[in-house]
Design a protein around this ligand. Structure first.
Ligand code: NAG
Ligand code: NAG
Ligand code: NAG
Length: 483
């Protein structure tokens, strides 16, 4: 199998080409169309796996034979070889100046894991099982990467039984998880408890840290090659975070997931394929959550008790299914002026600059310091760019803020002991501990979040999923060609 550096070189090279194509797209709708096209491209790549594999092999050997094996980003119309040397990062984390962080940024060296853990390694929290036997990916064991898994498998049929005895609301799936695509569902957003259109939350959703000036730090969409850079920063500063991981990335980068977990960070479910859950059937939602749970359990030996819906796209049906499967939803805070989304994912997409994303983050900190509770912010560790923004800028800004912020993982800020973050080690059922006992839960009608009804979520589309899909095609092709 190719070493991880070659894998990530391939991933980054593929991403940069796609991002170059996406460059210049400035509205969510068009962006969404790109997502659809790229989903098609992923399907094509998968269905012609032998040619995809040979194309991938060519690309990766080209990337690997490039200068020092470092990945070269390829902004359109520019020679990757000449730009690669142009910007080098500074400081102990090798982060470029803020003004150089944009979609044309050349890639830096892929970090290597400073510590790897063997099977049998012992996590430090109470009652934790040891790390299981080494994970070896076999495509026969898993659904296709980055696509909604089929629902006719024995596994999904078995997991469907977990809904028995639970009241799953009979809500029709949305068109594609976007308010604008589905005016009828949008008009019923409150009854549906649809977060995407109006910020509706309900029941036991976690949407903030209880204590004022406390930031529950989290990163979505990994594990990925640049997560290690973030892990080093968190370790150096003695910080813990919550990682919302995508199942398709978990089986692609198991050692990175283990490094996150063994460093004392929390691991939570962020679905298998990173598509909007409200647009899926009950069976598809079960498949998305079930396969991700299973991937994490296979690699770490534990099953999370929490989940985050991609794009925050949750309604009372998705909520009820998640809770029935033992997964308590966690979303990011809707503060004064809107949801706390750094828009970091828009930087690799060419829609925002690093400077703009950081300004958004500083505005979030300003708003957060006016709140009576703490807060949760959306950031990502999938891309080098988003990791650089966190490691070079946002985390430092929060640590040096006046008034000072306390940075904790989400479980930590809620005083949930680590053992209760996983089913195998839980002594208290945090999924069953609903809003009656959790003062941070709220629903917009209860008035805690007046901004929510004006939304702020409409601008919050679309995703990294377009790019994740492309990355996955590359990774899948490599696996297909090497196993
Ligand atoms: C919010 O709570 C009110 C009652 O407090 C309830 O009528 C309403 O349906 C809830 N909204 C959502 C979105 O769950
Ligand atoms: C909260 O939990 C209690 C007891 O477990 C239950 O009776 C109640 O219906 C739950 N409320 C919600 C909103 O889920
Ligand atoms: C912060 O709050 C202000 C005032 O409500 C608003 O204009 C701004 O968009 C908010 N910024 C963020 C990132 O939430």
């Amino acid at each position: 199998m190719l070493p991880i550096s070659a894998l990530s070189a391939l991933l980054a090279a593929t991403l940069s080409l796609e991002l170059a194509n996406a460059h210049g797209v400035h509205n969510a709708r068009a962006h969404h169309d790109i997502a659809k096209r790229q989903t098609t491209a992923v399907a094509l790549a998968a269905s012609t796996s032998s040619s995809a594999a040979s194309a991938a092999a060519t690309t990766s050997s080209a990337a690997a034979s490039g200068a020092s094996g470092a990945t070269t980003a390829a902004p359109s119309g520019t020679s990757a070889a000449t730009t690669a040397a142009a910007v080098s990062g500074t400081g102990s984390y090798n982060v470029p100046p803020l003004s150089a962080i944009n979609s044309a940024m050349p890639s830096g060296a892929t970090p290597t894991l400073s510590t790897t853990f063997s099977p049998g390694a012992q996590p430090t929290y109470s009652g934790a099982p040891v790390i299981p036997a080494k994970f070896i990916f076999s495509s026969a064991d898993w659904p296709a990467l980055d696509r909604i898994p089929p629902t006719d498998s024995d596994q999904v049929k078995e997991w469907m039984k977990e809904l028995d005895g639970h009241d799953i609301p009979d809500i029709t799936p949305t068109v594609d998880g976007e308010c604008a695509s589905d005016p009828q569902a949008a008009a019923q957003a409150q009854q549906r408890g649809w977060w995407t259109c109006g910020g509706w939350t309900s029941g036991n959703d976690i949407v903030a840290c209880p204590e004022k000036n406390t930031w529950g730090v989290s990163f979505d969409d990994g594990p990925a090659p640049y997560s290690e850079k973030l892990l080093k920063y968190l370790d150096d500063h003695d910080l813990s975070a919550t990682f919302f991981v995508v199942g398709s990335r978990v089986v692609s980068y198991p050692d990175i997931l283990i490094a996150e977990y063994m460093a004392g960070h929390e691991i939570s479910v962020h679905t298998w394929s990173h598509h909007p859950l409200t647009a899926m059937t009950n069976e598809q939602i079960v498949a998305e959550l079930g396969w991700t749970r299973h991937a994490i359990q296979t690699v770490l030996g534990v099953t999370p008790t929490t989940m985050r819906p991609p794009f925050g796209d949750i309604d009372n049906r998705v909520r009820a299914i998640s809770n029935a499967m033992g997964l308590r939803p966690i979303i990011w805070t809707t503060g004064p002026g809107g949801p706390f989304d750094t828009n970091d994912w828009r930087v690799p997409a060419g829609e925002h600059t690093g400077t703009e994303s950081f300004a958004t983050f500083e505005s979030i900190l300003g708003n957060a310091s006016t709140m009576d509770t703490g807060f949760i912010v959306l950031e990502h560790d999938l891309f080098e760019i988003t990791v650089d923004l966190a490691v070079g800028y946002t985390l430092d800004a929060a640590l040096t803020h006046n008034p000072p912020f306390k940075l904790e993982s989400i479980g930590e800020c809620l005083s949930i002991p680590m053992n209760d973050m996983y089913h195998e080690t839980a002594t208290t059922d945090i999924v069953g501990a609903n809003s009656t006992s959790d003062s941070t839960s709220s629903n917009s009608t209860s008035g805690s979040s007046s901004a929510a009804s004006g939304n702020g979520a409409t601008g919050l589309r679309l995703p990294s999923s377009a790019f994740v899909g492309v990355a996955a095609a590359a990774v899948a092709a490599v696996f297909a060609g090497s196993l």
